[in-house]
Design a protein around this ligand. Sequence first.
Ligand code: NAD
Ligand code: MG
Length: 399
Amino acid sequence: MNGRIGVTILGSTGSIGVSTLDVLHRHSDRFRVVALTARQDVEGLYRQCLSHAPDYAVMADPDAAERLRERLRSAGRPVEVLAGAVGLEQAAVLPDAAYVMAAIVGAAGLLPTLAAARAGKRVLLANKEALVMAGPLFMALIRAHGAELLPIDSEHNAVFQCLPPDHAATGLSAAGVRRILLTGSGGPFRTLPLDQLPEVTPEQACAHPNWRMGRKISVDSATMMNKGLEVIEACWLFAAPAEQIEVVIHPQSMIHSMVEYLDGSVLAQLGNPDMRTPIAHALAWPQRLDAGVSFLDFARLARLEFQAPDFARFPCLQLAFAALEAGGTTPAILNAANEMAVQAFLDRRIRFTDIAAVVEQTLERISGRAVDGLTTILDDDARARATADERIAARTLRV
Ligand code: NAD
Ligand code: MG
């Protein structure tokens, strides 16, 4: 239809989804919205349907889908409403959408994101959990079906921008890359006295100093599990061995990550912390688009600081490195246990410091296996959730 690129957003009501719609709206001459999806926020998705007129809207929750269908019918809006996991996968493969933004949080995004890869789409990947769970499978599908994978995570988008364009074909070493340096702010508790960590609340954990994000990734940033997941994500995205990836704490979140080359050069990508920059980059690549983001004022940048990560403060980071080394389904087990523990913390069932303990105990009880297919990954995800649930119950605060 009139040459515009069709885009589907999986998880359109979330933080990344809303930022994506903002960029698309600024460039409605180039892009059009084909499908929007959400879990159960009927009101949010209804309003997005009014503003962005997609062909399809999907609610993962079937009752919510029925309510949305009714509201759109009453308003006379011709949007086809799909439901459930099947509806999410249908949205991911629609022929009219060449691009799919994968912005569902957690394991719930895995199957529709894989479906988009299988359908040969340009996959804009925010849903890092999908790659952590199913790295080898995911990357094989991208290659086998001629799909494109563009990172939305700000660090990986930065690394992608700092690597030479042919790095995927040559490999990192032939491209002269020595190390990938993933930066992380250290989150809201970087300097909090350690003895106060057990008492922090979900509100404090979600108050990230530099980024406004969904609640799950905000807690992951506070434990630095987010950086651990990102190290695993980087290994798969850039075919990098773990030893070639280093985490650097950079509290100002101005440098989004760096690539160090053999000759001593370090290329960094900088910008204000606003996810519309990586989103616009991935939508336009290899061109550039105005993202609506304010530009850096170097005269006003006070200073940029860097430190090594503190594993005693951030045990989740260590657990993620260990899971990466173990390989197979262990990263999926780590991810599942973390999702359960973070939700229990947000529900005030366990303390902040219990998150790492639940993940560690789950990893001790469930051993990973070689990844021979999706079923093995989903089985181990389910086993890990059951075990994490027991560990959470054992720690649940009695209030
Ligand atoms: P969010 O919680 O704000 O939004 C999540 C979206 O997923 C919502 O639209 C929600 O309806 C949908 N969703 C949640 N559970 C679902 C389920 N079971 N089935 C179907 N849909 C479901 O999250 P977010 O901050 O936008 O993050 C989304 C993803 O992007 C995460 O994987 C996160 O790690 C990654 N990411 C986010 C940021 C950021 O700045 N927010 C940055 C980098 C990476
Ligand atoms: Mg990130």
